[in-house]
Design a protein around this ligand. Structure first.
Ligand code: ZN
Length: 267
């Protein structure tokens, strides 16, 4: 089926850079098509109708015309500019991190409406929450889960026995918690307190209502950051490597058709 010529979708601006004298290329995370790059023509002219609607982190509703290389933004209106994100440097910094993580975790045109919804909820919370860092921890756990890298937090990821409350550690390469016996398998694993494991499970369930009301000690805050950020950025790096690997295979002429490996020419 041919793709439609015009696309209408909600989007969040993840990244942007200037092109030529008056244009700008924006990287968008859209509700309908996943990540897209598009051109905003003439946006840097003072008279542009697009101006102001495509600032970083803005949630907009837009119309795109399919181009040969990049889509072209033809209409745009702002749904929310998340003002609270811009008025506080710490919140702005966290929003940059969230946008960059989404960009690195995803491939272009791989739709994931739940990830879009998570991004909107994250920016809404980041704009006003009492603990913006905890908004980001929940985002990290949810985002990796929605992309198929949900860490194991109930049973030991190696021996599969249900976890006891004490003696556990989180192993980034194993993608989950190791029990007190298996934790020697990864000397780099982060020791997990009982409270740490409980809060991680709340994040994984997406329970912001409950998570936002917890009073966390500085030690617990740093434990959660170590686990959540360590795991999410490790997934992002492996994503990038795999994406680069696939791209290099494609450059070698592989993956052009669906013929099974056995029909490839012998080496
Ligand atoms: Zn075990």
């Amino acid at each position: 089926m041919a793709s439609p010529r015009l696309l209408r979708t909600d989007a969040v601006v993840l990244r942007r850079h200037d092109l030529g004298e008056t244009d700008r290329i924006v990287t968008l995370y859209t509700s309908a098509y996943g990540k897209l790059r598009a051109v905003a023509k003439g946006i840097r002219r003072p008279t542009s109708k697009l101006g102001g609607h495509l600032e970083l982190f803005t949630h907009s509703r837009l119309m795109l015309a399919r181009g040969r290389n990049l889509d072209v933004i033809t209409q745009v209106e702002t749904v929310s500019s998340f003002l609270g994100l811009r008025e506080d440097l710490w919140r702005t910094g966290l929003a940059y991190y969230v946008a960059e993580l989404i960009d690195r975790l995803t491939e272009e045109r791989a739709e994931n409406p739940a990830l879009f919804d998570l991004l909107i909820a994250t920016f809404e919370r980041l704009a006003s929450a009492r603990r913006p860092d905890q908004v980001v921890r929940l985002f990290e756990m949810q985002a990796v889960g929605l992309l198929g890298y949900r860490p194991e937090l109930r049973d030991c990821v190696l021996c599969r026995k249900p976890l006891e409350p004490v003696g556990n550690a989180f192993s980034i390469p194993n993608g989950g918690v190791l029990c007190s016996i298996c934790r020697t398998a990864d000397p780099q694993a982060t020791p997990l307190t009982t409270n740490g494991l409980k809060v991680l499970r709340l994040y994984q369930e997406g329970n912001w209502n409950l998570a936002s009301r917890l009073h966390l000690s500085p030690e617990l805050v740093s434990e959660l950051e170590h686990v959540c950020t360590g795991y999410a950025t490790s997934v992002a790096d492996s994503q990038l490597k795999s994406a680069n690997f696939v791209a290099s295979l494609r450059r070698e002429g592989l993956g052009r058709d669906a013929s099974p490996a056995s029909t490839n020419k012998p080496v």
